[in-house]
Design a protein around this ligand. Sequence first.
Ligand SMILES: Nc1ccn([C@H]2C[C@H](O)[C@@H](COP(=O)(O)OP(=O)(O)OP(=O)(O)O)O2)c(=O)n1
Length: 143
Amino acid sequence: MAEVVEREEVTLQKLKTMMADFAKERDWDQFHSPRNLLLAMVGEVGELSEIFQWKGEVPRGLPDWKDEEKQHLGEELSDVLLYLVRLADICGIDLGKAVLSKLELNAKKYPVKLCKGSSRKHTEISCCEDDFNENGGKEDPTK
Ligand SMILES: Nc1ccn([C@H]2C[C@H](O)[C@@H](COP(=O)(O)OP(=O)(O)OP(=O)(O)O)O2)c(=O)n1
């Protein structure tokens, strides 16, 4: 890529621009269609999965992994992120805006008081009184 971004300066916006430049310089816009990018991203998720395949559960921070293995992991995570950023761009989705909205939605779906210490899906969380509407029906916390 033409420009090297300092670590602390990385933003979704910069990654989007760098991927757009990367594709343009190579005349690869023709290949970066939504479907192609989605398949490329899923392929990279597969490569990411392969790193963990057959290892069983591994401790957080991967203390026993070699530097090369961690570097490889960083590369595959990056491939997934780069294709995701590019896919969002090509689809006209503002990923920064979308991800902040999604976090807000997640917080509504999973209120701390109902979810703390539980990994249950939001559809299985029993509603508190506030979540019932005047008809006695269950409010969808996501609406
Ligand atoms: N048409 C393409 C091909 C590649 N890339 C970029 C995005 C990814 O970050 C990386 C993917 O490159 P490879 O397909 O070579 O995949 P890997 O880097 O995983 O290499 P390998 O499959 O040999 O492990 O390059 C891209 O934007 N558009």
